[in-house]
Design a protein around this ligand. Sequence first.
Ligand SMILES: [Zn+2]
Length: 222
Amino acid sequence: MQYLIIIAVVVVLSCFYTGCKRTGSGSSMSGSGQKQSTVEILPEMYKPVTPQQLAERLDKLAALPAPSIKNISAMCYSPAPLPTKSEYVCPICGEKTLYAVDITAAQQSSSQQGTISFLEWELNQCRTLAKEIKAVSLVLDESKFCQNCTGDLEKPSLGIIVTCPDSQEKHSCYFVSADDLLLIKEFELGRLTHKGDFGNKTPIKGHISRLKQLLGVEVDDE
Ligand SMILES: [Zn+2]
């Protein structure tokens, strides 16, 4: 009788074990099966394009169905302490402009804090991304951060100056972020998704109006 009980226990345990193993391998397979977000839809975007081609490609993107995206994000990041000062060195004139949060001020200027955080955390990324964009000629305009170049530091922000190869017209846009430049790069690569904060993905077609603003493509009346 004791043997029978032991055999029964062993059989039950082994069934349970193989059952766990199967679900384990099944879930890992489904995990590797979803790798579709980097489909290249417009590989020709790497070639320089005319303003008209840019507009056509944005229309093509708008007509595509949005990809389904699953964001698995557990926000367990503890926010880094905000930088309180930044010394901006102008790449054009070489002068330094110091930005600092006035800790004695009763009310902190959030735009001043935003500028300091941008200079400390984002500007280098923007410079790198700007060099990687090839479809249009894109140059950063950092002059609004430089006291010497601008004289007036009312609204310091990063600008981009975009020129299409077949057009002499220059388009400029200010208050540009690293996220904006990444968006242009993703569009250029024909990506269907945009990787935003904390790696959260969104369909790139949801950002078409921002792309038009950034690239200087006429916005249609919708
Ligand atoms: Zn300067």
